[in-house]
Design a protein around this ligand. Structure first.
Ligand code: 5GP
Length: 194
């Protein structure tokens, strides 16, 4: 018996620990692919072109949008981000799973075009907990922290559009829960190819 490829989408407020959870989940499943997005944001220290993102100028991004090369795209905190369409479709066509980390606007767009995708929202235990994490990771400028704080309330309101909500109170538990969701979705009768 074979399985259909599943598209998993993970979102959550900035700083909630999505990246750490995703890195561990990807290393738990050798047969789960991670999509690499295109962005116009500047690379952070330690980020490598083609690994975290494909870093492109705005003109190139706009060309990709015009040419229909992106499955979805959104402007997040003054930068553009988008998912290369072909890579996702190729994986699904060959019955392989692929995971996308998207902001909420992007996730809602994918929900319309790919209704069978599985949507997972990572939430913090509280706003205070989230703020502590963002300050501790020290990756963001003060103005960027303030923008992200302002987005928190509205982002949390979109939780209802997701299939699963995972609260990242304890990192190891959150990783296990996301892994369990992936395993359970793989066992769904509708995902078996007969
Ligand atoms: P960061 O700049 O911190 O890497 O990401 C900022 C936000 O952009 C995060 O919420 C992340 O989930 C989102 N993001 C990353 N790649 C994409 C993408 O391809 N499409 C959309 N819509 N959002 C993305």
């Amino acid at each position: 018996m074979f399985r259909k490829g599943i598209l998993f989408v993970i979102s959550g407020p900035s700083g909630v620990g999505k990246g750490t959870i995703i890195d561990s989940v990807i290393s738990n499943f050798s047969d789960l692919n991670l999509s690499v997005s295109v962005t116009t944001r500047e690379p952070r220290a330690n980020e490598i072109d083609g690994r975290e993102y494909f870093f492109v100028p705005v003109s190139k991004f706009q060309q990709m949008v015009a040419d229909g090369e992106l499955l979805e795209w959104a402007k997040v905190y003054d930068n553009f981000y988008g998912t290369p369409r072909q890579m996702v479709l190729d994986h699904l066509k060959s019955n392989q799973d692929i995971l996308l980390e998207l902001d909420i606007q992007g996730a809602l767009k994918v929900k319309k075009t790919m209704p069978n995708a599985v949507f997972i929202f990572i939430a913090p235990p509280s706003f205070e907990d989230l703020m502590q994490r963002i300050e501790k990771r020290g990756k963001d400028s003060q103005s960027s922290i303030e923008t992200r704080m302002k987005s928190y309330e509205s982002e949390m309101q979109y939780m209802e559009y997701y299939d699963y909500v995972v609260i990242n109170e304890n990192l190891n538990i959150a990783i296990s829960v996301v892994s369990a969701i992936i395993t359970a979705e793989r066992c769904r009768y509708n995902n078996i190819l007969r």
